[in-house]
Design a protein around this ligand. Structure first.
Ligand SMILES: [Zn+2]
Length: 272
């Protein structure tokens, strides 16, 4: 049991979920932060695959060949970088059930996401902000970082605790499939209405920035490109409605400062 695993929940969990608790603490690769992971990986993956297939049926792929090729090219390089990182640290089994896909969808909102299991969606609306392969790598590496750091599981675990109270997780998953699905939707922000989006916490955002910079560096993209991307994003929010990506990824001076601080560490991994 890791010592920093959300002490607030500790007593509660020890009473309600004695067995689950043993399996509920995880450590985020790279940052070493302890987190709460109550949902079994197999459940996360099957929910993700279901939702991804539904998304594929209801959304259109971009017909722009060059941009689609760009998304696949950058995605492949990032996948190799993540695998290399995990393999070198003896963590490759964490990616065993990943089945990576990188697709470009025709959608005006500037957005992108990566589900557990490596299903990555980029919307055409974000391309004016990413501009280059390296700019796109900033976004995709950040989203991959959320997935491999299991931020969705962590958020869903917190939602399970607050919304389902004392219901044991196994019965919650079986007895309330629609509620569990809704929690999943909230946890991943794939719901149809923007209003349903639940932003990741600041801690998770900064963590995904930091991990993402390292993945992009290993993949051969200069982490300094992240500054330009976030500045372009934040400029676009001045006046008018901010892009969807910004509603869950506030781009302000403190975020950009944190990214700047994380770049020297990421540059140690960078090979042109
Ligand atoms: Zn994020």
């Amino acid at each position: 049991m890791k010592k920093h695993c959300l002490p607030v929940y500790k007593g509660f969990l020890a009473l309600i979920f004695p067995l689950l608790f043993l399996a509920s603490c995880a450590t985020v690769p790279i940052t070493g932060r302890s987190q709460l992971n109550l949902v079994p990986s197999s459940s996360m993956l099957s929910l993700s695959n279901d939702q991804y297939n539904t998304f594929l049926r209801n959304n259109r792929l971009s017909s722009n060949r060059a941009e689609t090729a760009r998304v696949k090219r950058v995605g492949k390089k990032l996948q190799r970088a993540v695998e290399q990182y995990f393999r070198q640290r003896g963590l490759i089994s964490e990616l065993r059930q990943y089945s990576w896909e990188y697709n470009l969808f025709k959608n005006k909102s500037p957005n992108a996401w990566c589900m557990p299991g490596g299903k990555i969606a980029v919307y055409t609306g974000i391309l004016p902000y990413t501009r280059t392969d390296a700019g796109l790598a900033v976004v995709m590496a950040h989203e991959i970082a959320h997935a491999v750091a299991k931020h969705g599981n962590e958020r869903m675990s917190q939602l399970l605790l607050t919304q389902m109270g004392g219901a044991a997780l196994s019965s919650a998953m079986n007895s309330y499939p629609s509620k569990t699905r809704r929690l999943w939707m909230s946890a991943f922000g794939v719901g149809s209405k923007v209003g349903l989006l639940l932003p990741y916490s600041r801690i998770q955002e900064y963590e995904a920035d930091r991990i993402g910079l390292i993945f992009m560096a290993i993949a051969g993209y200069n982490p300094n490109e992240a500054i330009g991307f976030w500045k372009r994003m934040s400029r676009s929010s001045k006046g008018g409605k901010p892009p969807e990506f910004l509603s869950t990824h506030p781009s302000d001076a403190s975020r950009i400062r944190q990214i700047r601080n994380a770049i020297p560490d990421a540059m140690k991994y960078y090979r042109k």
